[in-house]
Design a protein around this ligand. Sequence first.
Ligand code: SF4
Length: 328
Amino acid sequence: MSRSPSKALLDWYAAHGREMPWRVKGGAHGDPYAVWVSEIMLQQTMVKAVVDYFNRWMKRFPTLESLARADIHDVLLMWQGLGYYTRAKKLHECARVLVNEYGGVFPADRAELLKLPGIGPYTASSICCFAFNQPETVVDGNVIRVLARVHGLTHAVTKEEIYALAQRLTPRKHGADYASAIMDLGATICTPANALCAQCPWRASCVAYREGIVDKIPLIQKPEKKTRRGVVYVIRNGAGAYYIRKRPGKGLLSGLYEFPWIYDGEPPLFSGAPIGQVAHVFTHFRLTLDVVPVQCDAADLGGAFVPPADFKKYPFSTLMKRVMKAIR
Ligand code: SF4
């Protein structure tokens, strides 16, 4: 009798699944805190980029309690460069709730997890699955691609449609390994381009492979991102210090430090010719800023002059780090 698809996948995973610092092969991770941190970091960020951040984070904040006790400034410093900074703030807020209201213990229950700040359906399922080995269905971009191909879905699929298919396939046992396995299959074998079907444990039952339409699936319809423009002012005083300020507590890049900048159409802060441009892609738009150097000893823009040697004490966004590079 041939193996079931889930058994074939689990066998493949045991032999070829990726090693990751937040993963334990062959069962659940013993520390839901580590699983949670990794899951939040992995939102919007590639595994390769997360590994170093995760290792540094776990050294600096090894436990839920250590994160709950930390100052948000230090939390943002550890996060700088990862982007989507609301994630770091929610981690911090949630750690405090867990320590103050749950005795520092993660609930092993999806509905209870969903009550916590910053934990949505995907993260709740991931924690139940990876930390507690529950048979939860976890659907990310990799899983969508694999299942759309296996079922030969040539239309623009919805997450709900894939979720229903995934639920049917998820085995009752080995929840953590199964979810890791299907993600790894998408990341390493059933890749967006040049899928390695010859090495795939699901090849025999894959409709896209059988019909030769692997590259046509999934059909992706991404909305075009708007482009916004603006100007960033790199204000330097006679002592060689630069003017930086903290962004407001809410909104884009909230709580991070910046060189003062404006969107096009807002009143200019200074006049001057740009020496270059920096750009960054946010969730809903692209932002391109002209970099304008300004020589000035006094500014009243809600910030302070800081020598470049002290920049490392302040959390900056990736966009502002690009500004730093542009002026060096
Ligand atoms: S056979 Fe190819 S297309 Fe089908 S699931 Fe495997 S890698 Fe993806």
